[in-house]
Ligand binder design. Structure first.
Ligand code: GRF
Length: 199
């Protein structure tokens, strides 16, 4: 099996996947920004990279068509969004049904969207975390594969909280991709999670 990772920036989740010794091949890392730091990390490890700059395309549909072409070149079994900051069209999402997954820095369905740590602190919640889910047309809303919770400390800032969450992101994203690559977890016909995992 093989996976393609989509990034837009720092790429720490991508790096965790590159370092994880996964039971599948990382076929490529694709970014919508040429200046994404993660591209350097991937190149340094000899992973093929590509850039599909969203600004070069008139609309979401034409960007998504170009992105799909870059992905399909590698015919991956799993496409992992890892800090990929573009909203994808419904057609794109449907095309990769059951293959497209995302890591999100909150315990979904709480705090979809951006600035999750700021909003969590404003609300005074005591437990926060992260979620790996299949991507469906509704943003940050697909079937949940795995979550991890972390405590919110009294003196946390968005920064300190994000560090605690990010550690768990790296762990659960790796775990989710292990399950998918070993066919231990999948999206069933009903659009729900099926699993035959032993762990
Ligand atoms: C992570 O918190 C991820 O959950 C969110 O964006 C951040 C990306 O970080 N979607 P990195 O690029 O993986 O370091």
């Amino acid at each position: 099996k093989s996976i393609v990772i989509l990034i837009s920036g720092r790429g720490s989740n991508m790096q965790a996947l590159l370092e994880a010794n996964l039971p599948c091949r990382i076929a490529a890392v694709i970014s919508n920004r040429a200046d994404a730091q993660g591209l350097e990390i991937a190149r340094a490890r000899g992973i093929p990279t590509a850039v599909v700059p969203h600004r070069d395309y008139a609309d979401r549909a034409s960007f998504d068509t170009a992105l799909a072409a870059a992905i399909d070149r590698h015919a991956p079994d799993v496409i992992a969004l890892a800090g990929f900051m573009r909203i994808l069209t419904d057609q794109f999402v449907e095309r990769y049904r059951g293959k497209l997954i995302n890591i999100h820095p909150s315990l979904l369905p709480a705090y979809p969207g951006i600035d999750t740590h700021e909003r969590a602190l404003q609300d005074g919640i005591k437990i926060h975390g992260c979620t790996v889910h299949f991507v469906t047309p509704t943003l940050d809303h697909g079937p949940i594969i795995i979550q991890a919770a972390v405590p919110v400390m009294r003196d946390d800032t968005p920064q300190t909280l994000s560090v605690r969450v990010l550690r768990e992101e790296h762990r659960i994203y790796t775990q989710a991709i292990r399950w998918l690559c070993r066919d231990q977890v999948w999206l069933n016909e009903q659009g729900r999670i099926s699993s035959n995992r032993l762990e």
